[in-house]
Every structure is written in structure tokens, then in C-alpha cells.
Design a protein around this ligand. Structure first.
Ligand code: ZN
Length: 212
């Protein structure tokens, strides 16, 4: 009999005590939290103007690493979207615009300066520094965020920490997951279980088809 006890939960982290399941299965859930649960991240950047000291590539990389609030109900992974458009549509990508000019001695452009076309999909924090501008320097760009998976690139990892440790009692394991901020930690675990179950079903179907 499988028993799950909630030991601690906040929006950012969750700790569960698992009992009655194999360690390898518990570890599979942990790995799905890291590599399979989709998260939103900036993936494509069109630089229109950049007279800052940062190269375009470094700026684009920094944008990619900004954690973004993720809505798994309203957005599709590009490969699962019915638009079939390589550029995406309103169901599989979100446009951010950045238009910043150096006005004071040093202007620090932050994640809060990114203007999203979807109010719900925005940076988790507004104070992540992106670039410093001197007077007269400017950065103007369009950035497209999309859902992706941690197994493709770390920027799509929904959690920063996912660890499995032995619990207090024999045969119990504690799974602790800490969110990067895009999704509530509890939701990451639920989604991981859901995706693992789907994958196991697919294996079952393939095996059944192969053996008949
Ligand atoms: Zn689409």
C-alpha cells in the first residue's frame, strides 16, 4: 500500500514522505521533476538595437536564464501545438519586448523592463539585472518564450533542487523539490507523476503491440 505524507509545503518548495514504493520509482518521479515537466523560458531573441557593452549572444543567454511564470493549461509545447508553424502561435509562444535607453550615469536594465504580451506570463522576479547602460547606449529587442523541457536545456528546468533521501522510518523516502519560481513546487511533483504515468502507459501499449 502506497502512502504519501506531506511533510512541508510552501509555494517554492515541497517535501513528501513516500512509503510503500520502490526507491527506483521514487527516483523516477524526482528525475521527471527535473527533466520532463515543461517550463517557460525565452528561446528566440531578435536584437533590433544593441549599443551596450554586452555581445548580442551574451544578452540572449541572460534572457534565456530568467525564470518565467509558467501556465501549463493555456500553453502547448511547440511540438504538440496544432499550429504547425515553426514561428509558433499564441498558444505556444509569448512575445516579450525590451526597449531601454541609458539615461542616468548608469542605467541597470532588469527583468522588470521586459514587457510581456501576456500579463500572466512574466518574469518571476523583476529585479534580475540584464545589462548596464551608459548614457546614450540602448537595447531594443523582441524575445520569444516557449515551453521546453529540462532535458533539452537547463533553462527549462522547473526546479532548482529535487532530492531523494532516506526517511526516518525504514522503507520511507523523502522527496524534496524546490521550484525555480515558474510553477508551484507541489504542481511540479503532480505533473511529474502524471507524465511518468503517461510514459509507462505508452510502454505498456508498445509492449502489447509488439508481443501480439
Ligand atoms: Zn502553436
Amino acid at each position: 500500500m502506497v502512502k504519501v505524507k506531506l511533510l512541508e509545503e510552501t509555494t517554492d518548495s515541497v517535501t513528501l514522505q513516500l512509503e510503500g514504493i520502490d526507491r527506483s520509482y521514487a527516483n523516477a518521479v524526482r528525475r521527471f521533476c527535473i527533466a520532463e515537466v515543461p517550463a517557460m523560458a525565452i528561446d528566440d531573441v531578435v536584437i533590433l538595437e544593441n549599443s551596450s557593452v554586452l555581445y548580442d549572444e551574451i544578452l540572449a543567454h541572460r534572457l534565456g536564464m530568467v525564470p518565467i511564470r509558467t501556465d501549463l493549461e493555456r500553453y502547448n509545447l511547440p511540438e504538440d501545438c496544432d499550429c504547425g508553424n515553426p514561428l509558433g502561435c499564441h498558444k505556444c509562444r509569448v512575445l516579450f519586448v525590451l526597449d531601454a535607453k541609458g539615461k542616468e550615469k548608469i542605467t541597470i536594465v532588469t527583468s522588470g523592463d521586459l514587457v510581456s504580451e501576456d500579463r500572466e506570463v512574466r518574469p518571476v522576479s523583476e529585479s534580475i539585472p540584464l545589462v548596464k547602460l551608459a548614457v546614450g547606449q540602448s537595447v531594443k529587442l523582441e524575445a520569444y518564450a516557449r515551453l521546453g523541457r529540462g532535458k533539452e536545456h537547463a533553462k527549462w528546468q522547473p526546479c532548482t533542487v529535487a532530492v531523494l533521501t532516506d526517511g526516518k522510518n525504514e522503507g520511507t523516502y523523502n522527496l524534496m523539490v524546490e521550484s525555480a519560481g515558474g510553477l508551484p513546487a507541489g504542481k511540479i511533483v503532480l505533473k511529474a507523476i502524471d507524465l511518468l504515468e503517461k510514459k509507462l502507459k505508452q510502454i505498456q501499449v508498445s509492449v502489447a503491440a509488439g508481443s501480439s
